[in-house]
Design a protein around this ligand. Structure first.
Ligand SMILES: Cc1cc2nc3c(=O)[nH]c(=O)nc-3n(C[C@H](O)[C@H](O)[C@H](O)COP(=O)(O)OP(=O)(O)OC[C@H]3O[C@@H](n4cnc5c(N)ncnc54)[C@H](O)[C@@H]3O)c2cc1C
Length: 489
């Protein structure tokens, strides 16, 4: 019997397991390793706050690409007033994933075994001519597997890679919170003074909502290089242009692509992007339609860029793309706008130069993006909301370091995850496809571009399960064949 081990029990790992359960036709053992207490959650769905909503409407959050309204139907069985455009709590989505896994386990055929292990995988060693892996867990447990799926998702940043301007001393201060996702002291909300957030993306928005819900009455200063907050979704989503092919010239020319998107938004027309757009009478009444029309093409656009262009995109354009593409629910957009209007939330575009600690405060010096004199802010606390670490070298993960140091994986040239083949097969330090290791989700962002949200991950999980099952069957065939011959003799 083959063993497929999955490291990570967030959406990607759980859905890989579930797809293996539904697709398996031969004897199979699935070992599913997750270090945190709660399976099926990950950072996204582990929140208990009802103020944290999904940033994708319910109609697009199904776990199964072939049953696009699966989540909505599940949610409607609890509240029939919900619609495709409802933005539901992220904690509810965690419960949905519990049920999805439970249903998979209930449907297991007798020849498939599923074992859920709680523990942190800290290293992998290859044995038997690199055909099998030995996974070591922090508690000393060992799992031997024929294939291993790295579904490790979003890593936390290691202490050595705190944002610029945060010295080692400040990183160790009680007033500094290095990880926005770790449980923070409830006293933070009653703190006497302002709070500064490093980062202005969806992580900062989550933290702002959390502080507000806990009754925080002070001011919040959110700083990032560009000072851009995520845009909000519209209350009702508008139809987008569902074309199969973009204009050829847009592939591999980042400048032209950027100009064309800007023109399309300005002119309110798809014709800068799609050749046959002028023959279709389709109105653009909002810029979100243009951004959403690119979504099905984002992976192929990314794939066509040279490594230099990819790095340029990350340096200069990614911040703009992210705030338009990864939007917040409309009701949250309204609450954030109200905080800005009342001057309780101030967003600053600039670079954190340094932070000094005095007896009662932290004094942050910020160099504004627009130039001019540095700004000094006295705040009671600083929270690092810069998001997650995709560079395996900088990640706070023993497993990531072990994989790199043993040469079992190779960082993608953009440092956004790993170098892989199209099917998720990991390349080793010598550019050879691993016989054992596969990945999906965040570790594939460098190679695939957009590879973070449920609509992409559900497809990857289904396809990867299919790939692994066909490989394990093919690899079992010679053994089965020689067994049947010896029986015949
Ligand atoms: C705050 C937030 C909100 C989001 N909201 C949405 C949304 O509304 N809609 C949407 O589509 N997407 C959303 N996303 C994107 C989200 O990342 C994906 O939807 C999805 O949850 C990612 O799943 P994952 O399994 O790849 O990664 P993760 O959720 O990060 O899961 C990885 C899991 O692996 C475990 N793990 C890691 N290393 C090890 C190890 N060595 N040993 C054992 N276990 C390990 C971790 O504990 C974790 O549980 C959000 C992301 C965040 C951070």
């Amino acid at each position: 019997m083959s063993t497929i081990a999955i490291i990570g029990g967030g959406f990607a790992g759980t859905l890989t397991a579930v797809n293996l359960m539904y697709q398996a036709h031969c004897p199979l053992r699935i070992v599913h390793i997750e270090c945190s207490e709660r399976r099926n959650r990950g950072a996204a769905f582990g929140t208990e706050s009802s103020h944290h909503l999904l940033n994708v409407p319910a109609g697009r959050m199904s776990a199964f690409p072939d049953d696009p309204l699966h989540f909505l139907k599940w949610a409607r069985s609890r509240n029939k007033n919900l619609s495709e455009s409802s933005f539901l709590p992220r904690s509810l989505y965690g419960e949905y994933l519990d049920d999805v896994l439970e249903a998979g386990i209930k449907s297991l055929p007798s020849f498939v075994a599923y074992e859920a292990l709680r523990g942190e995988a800290i290293s992998i060693k290859l044995i038997q001519d690199n055909n099998k892996a030995v996974i070591k867990l922090a508690d000393g447990n060992v799992v031997v597997a024929d294939k291993v799926v790295l579904a490790t998702g979003n890593f936390k940043a290691g202490i050595s890679s705190q944002p610029a301007g945060i010295s080692e001393t400040i990183a160790g201060s009680e007033r500094y919170f290095a990880d926005a996702w770790s449980k923070q002291s409830p006293q933070l909300a009653t703190t006497d003074g302002d709070i500064m957030m490093i980062g202005t993306g969806l992580t900062a928005i989550d933290k702002i909502l959390e502080l507000e819900a806990q009754g925080f009455k002070g001011n919040i200063h959110a700083i990032s290089r560009h000072g851009l907050l995520p845009a909000a979704h519209l209350k009702t989503s508008l139809a987008t242009f569902a074309q199969t092919e973009l204009r050829c010239a847009l592939y591999s020319d980042l400048n032209l692509l950027f100009r064309s998107v800007k023109n399309a938004i300005r002119s309110g027309s798809y014709k800068d992007l799609f050749d046959n757009a002028s023959s279709v009478n389709m109105e653009v009444s909002d810029w979100r339609q243009i951004i959403d029309s690119l979504r099905p093409h984002s992976q192929s656009l990314w794939g066509a860029l040279s490594e230099t262009q990819k790095r340029r995109f990350c340096r200069h354009l990614k911040a703009y793309w992210d705030v338009h593409r990864h939007r917040m629910p409309p009701e949250i957009g309204n609450r954030i706008a109200a905080l800005q209007q009342s001057d309780r939330l101030k967003v600053i575009a600039g670079r954190l130069y340094s932070v000094q600690e005095t007896a009662k405060t932290l004094v942050a010096t910020i160099v504004p993006r627009s130039g001019g004199q540095p700004i000094q802010l006295k705040v009671a606390n600083i929270i690092n909301c810069t998001g997650f670490e995709l560079d395996f070298e900088k990640a706070d993960s023993a497993l990531a370091h072990s994989l790199l140091s043993r040469g079992l994986v190779k960082a993608h040239p953009t440092r956004l995850g790993l170098d892989i083949l199209a099917d998720g097969n990991v390349l080793d330090g010598n550019d050879r496809p691993s016989k054992v290791l596969y990945t999906l989700g965040a570790p594939t962002i460098g190679a695939r571009g957009e590879s973070i949200a449920v609509p992409e991950l559900r497809v990857q999980a289904k396809e990867l399960a299919g790939t692994l099952l066909s490989l394990t069957i093919t690899e079992q065939l010679p053994a089965l064949d020689s067994r049947s011959q010896s029986v015949a003799n």
